[in-house]
Ligand binder design. Sequence first.
Ligand code: FES
Length: 567
Amino acid sequence: MTTKPPHGLGRNAANYGDRDFALYLRRSFAASMGYSRTMLEKPVVGIADTASDYNNCHRSVPELVEAVKRGVLAAGALPLAFPTVSLCEPSLTPTSMHYRNLMALDTEAMLSAQPMDAAVLIGGCDKTVPAQLMAAASADVPSVMLVTGPMLAQRFEGERLAACTDCRRYWARYRAGDVTRERIGEIEGKLATTSGTCGVMGTASTMACIAATLGFMPLMAASAPAVHSDRLRMAEEAGALAVRLITHPVKPSQLITGKSVENALRVLLALGGSTNALVHLAAIAGRAGVKVDLKRLDALSEETPVLVDLKPTGEGYMEDFHAAGGMVALLRELRDLLHLDTIDLYGQTLAEQIDAGTPFVDRTYIRARNAPVSPVGGLVSLFGSLAPDGAILKRSAATPALFETEARCLVFDGLEDLANRIDDETLDVTPQDILILKNAGPLTPAGMPEAGYLPIPKKLARHGVKDMVRMSDCRMSGTAFGTIVLHIAPEAAAGGPLALVETGDRVRLSVKERRLDLLVEEAELARRRAAWQPPQKPKRGWDKLMFEQVLQAPEGADLAFLRPEGE
Ligand code: FES
């Protein structure tokens, strides 16, 4: 007689040394919640519920959980929601990035430890989707990704506003003295007026599109607005799909492959998407043993046009992208550049998914290949004596006239130094200088914040200076713009060459040659290296674990011991 493998509540029994007793106890406690024996014998779909009063982007999660449950029940399984860490971009100090790996660790542990046959992961805000996909990759439990969806833009005095590009745009105008204190206060209440994630092609939206490209959700589910009834129908479908995965399993390890990751890089480039997505994709792929190679990214960028015209670099909002045909229309346009034999959770190939979509496209927001927003991709990688392991520039958000710059640099030693001096009227700075921020990478207590968008010094902003070359070892919000070099690796706190740069040094950026160089004699650098002091190790808790284990940006700033090669 063959014994059926455990399913539903029978999975992952607690360890009392008596499996039958463990299951007896589990069922009796579960029965206390009012479930019938019939329900307790069904297969189980776990639902990662990330509702939190601290997470405005997840305001709609409770009704999504209800809709997922409907889908699960109608398909014949038992839905069990469970809480995990939930991260909202502006609500955390030092930054939500510092806790992405904690959310991934928490979610992976709960996916692996609790009894479930499949899962629905409800995410949305910037770090939640990467954390959940990292967790799914490591736990390798069949998982559907459901995002909360983007907010709608607000109509206000003849223009449309949505977080967070318009937040930055108005704040820059306020700093430059164009907008009064009263006006900026009035606009504060108009920037995020519905539930959902930022309404532009920032990190959250880019990651939703990447999750769909990897196959973790139906293509159109990446962009349906948070408040649209389609979003709830998609949640119902996510529940039903999770039940389907119990009998037709497709595991994360089948979705995250070299080919699907390359497709995701193409999509990132064609979207003109967030630079943060590159770090997150490297972390997700790394969990599945797939490396994101910055040189390969650069090669793909040369042959992948930017086709999507959305803020922060273009004109539209996420609701426009969705109405224009969304991911189906974009992938159809990219078709000959993609690996079409990757699969989704239904087991459909990418070609089949594209063919099954509606043929409509609105060319205002999703351009044809022969009339792109830009003939080349949005990101380039840079290497050189200042960034031996690489750095990134979002050229689609940068000023082409600054692409070839050799100049004196003005260095800020960390975030506090930046805050203390950037607006000092006596600051020795000209519009031609390069601003450099160091000690803000993954190893620092700052936790690789989105501080790479160094503000233009007020004394220059007042005179109309809108962009300068800026460089750092930290990140930039996906909703920001400017000639900004990010993710310099190794970071300053790890003793990379960035640690040795001093105000007055000459630095050279060449986008044409993909170079980033520090023009200082080797003997002088050796002198500075000998005097360099490593940062102090945090004494306890999460900060200590991060310091001891966090990898550099090209490896996704993941924890070394959670990667396959670190196990
Ligand atoms: Fe949550 Fe922008 S703050 S997506």
